[in-house]
Unconditional design. Structure first.
Length: 283
């Protein structure tokens, strides 16, 4: 009797995307090669995923770049994957960045520890005073389309019917003078490691961060809120002037993992835990 063939995985990545401060290709070459020890793996560009996914047991979406660059192809992939019951990792039920940035508005209104965020001119008075305010597209990523508006011009954003004049579908946040950014990485609901950027002006110059219990309690609020049973998530936060952590982003579509910055033991443990998670999705 022949041995069972390993599951077939379509690994979605844009190896040519030039991300600021990161090399997508290096991380995905490493990660996909390690997954190949357990699965039959083929890589493809995100624009080709919908056409190819029917030949595989699962689709793993990794460093596929900002969806805004291939919106039509992504929407086609998402619609067809849901209709055909394709197993996608991360599952397409995420409520974080996978669904746009509306969640920041909703979580802020609910009083969770998030950078104060609104998306209507009528709600600008909910924001604390700041020298500048950040205006960013709800479907943006990688700082694409982000603008800073001085406090003196904040009133100019108001348009008819409570809209934001001339800015489109965006959200607004105060520009907070935070001490540093820190990211917490999870597989399923299990914490794996944390990295932080000591210099606020150098987001991707990261070093290991020793997460305290209070830090993990903060991060798990958002992991639990997202209710993803399987998948890799990155909780990005900033240390506010009062010392508290505030959510910057809940990345649940294609979070960059900075695997090259990890020690071998941590990297191996993370990949091994991901294999367990992916196998659980497949079964």
């Amino acid at each position: 009797m022949s041995a069972a063939l390993p599951p077939r995985v379509l690994y979605v990545t844009d190896l040519a995307y030039e991300a600021r401060g990161r090399r997508y290709c290096d991380e995905d070459i490493l990660f996909s090669s390690r997954l190949r020890r357990e699965f039959t793996v083929a890589t493809c560009h995100p624009a080709d995923a919908a056409r190819l996914m029917g030949e595989f047991d699962a689709v793993v979406v990794r460093n596929s770049g900002p969806v805004i660059h291939y919106r039509k192809a992504y929407d086609d992939f998402r619609d067809r994957a849901i209709a055909q019951g394709v197993r996608v990792y991360n599952p397409l039920t995420g409520r974080g960045d996978m669904a746009g940035k509306q969640y920041l508005v909703d979580l802020s209104a609910a009083g969770l520890p998030v950078i104060p965020t609104v998306d209507r001119a009528d709600d600008l008075d909910r924001l604390p005073d700041a020298d500048e305010y950040v205006v960013k597209p709800k479907d943006g990523a990688d700082s694409i389309g982000m603008r800073c508006v001085p406090r003196a011009r904040l009133g100019e954003l108001a348009g008819p019917g409570g809209s934001l004049a001339g800015f489109g579908d965006v959200l607004i946040q105060p520009r907070i003078p935070f001490s540093y950014e820190v990211s917490f990485y999870f597989v399923d609901h299990d914490f794996q490691y944390a990295l932080h950027a000591p210099d606020p002006d150098r987001r991707w110059e990261l070093v290991p961060y020793e997460a305290r219990a209070v830090d993990l309690d903060f991060a798990r609020k958002f992991i639990d809120w997202n209710t993803l049973d399987h998948g890799i998530q990155r909780v990005d936060a900033c240390r506010a002037p009062d010392g508290e952590l505030l959510l910057v982003e809940l990345e649940d579509l294609n979070p960059f993992l900075s695997l090259e910055l990890l020690d071998e033991t941590t990297r191996d443990a993370f990949i091994a835990r991901t294999v367990v998670s992916l196998r659980a999705l497949l079964t």
